[in-house]
Design a protein around this ligand. Sequence first.
Ligand SMILES: Nc1nc2c(ncn2[C@@H]2O[C@H](COP(=O)(O)OP(=O)(O)O)[C@@H](O)[C@H]2O)c(=O)[nH]1
Ligand SMILES: [Mg+2]
Length: 261
Amino acid sequence: MPYFVVVLGTAGSGKTSLTSALYTYLTSHQLDAAIINLDPAVEEIPYDPDIDVRDYVDAREVMRKTGLGPNGALIASIDMLISNIQELQDLVDSLKANYILIDTPGQMELFAFRDTGSIVLRSLIGNAKAVSLYLMDSVHMTRSSNIFSSLLLAASTYVRLGYPQVNVLTKTDLLGDGVLEELLNMFEDPEALASMIVNDREASMIWGETEVSQLLEKLLVFDIVPVSNTAGEGFDSLYAAIQRVLAGGEDYLTEEPNPVL
Ligand SMILES: Nc1nc2c(ncn2[C@@H]2O[C@H](COP(=O)(O)OP(=O)(O)O)[C@@H](O)[C@H]2O)c(=O)[nH]1
Ligand SMILES: [Mg+2]
């Protein structure tokens, strides 16, 4: 059975770019991969999808035909996918790849936070092993309160979908010198981060420092892996994190020949 890698994150966080970069990484290490594009509204994609939902529903056409706005059309398109789900399932079953990457719709809240998103994912993934990659955009990591809200959203995504999750910090190439290291240190030190969050005067905080610190410890149980999709950096670590989840840690490899890392 293939391993599924579901790529999630808010609009613009880098899902499509990461799907493409991860595909390149896997295939250049002799690992067999395939891509499903689940975004009915995307215009251009930098990869060649093995399955593309736009062959079934096109959000732009739905907009034209129904007069719905972009969000309404996206919701309607994802709902319409359910009526094609058997055909999609058959196509997925016919894929021969070991890793199947799923690129999800731009507006995550219209997908992950509605029932249809998880229905579509469950139908496609079935009983196979899957990991969610939750993308956090470095650009939003400028304040401690933003880091906190991003971690809450990451946890919220896990609660909705239930697949073991790796959080991925994207666009690290846009961070200034030393900023990435500072961020990674913060993730290692929930107490210090809690203190910054509680003392962030522009954030509204309903919890005290001890409570935030305890909460952060729970939120930080997911690995956070920094990557740059454009520079192709961080993918050895990302692959290792994915493998820890999918292969359970001990057995580092899939049934595939030894990847050359
Ligand atoms: N500098 C930089 N830009 C990125 C990176 N990943 C994505 N982007 C850019 O961020 C924008 C949104 O990326 P996209 O992959 O479409 O995000 P999606 O909406 O989550 O699928 C695009 O302009 C990408 O070129 C990255 O690692 N570094
Ligand atoms: Mg996208």
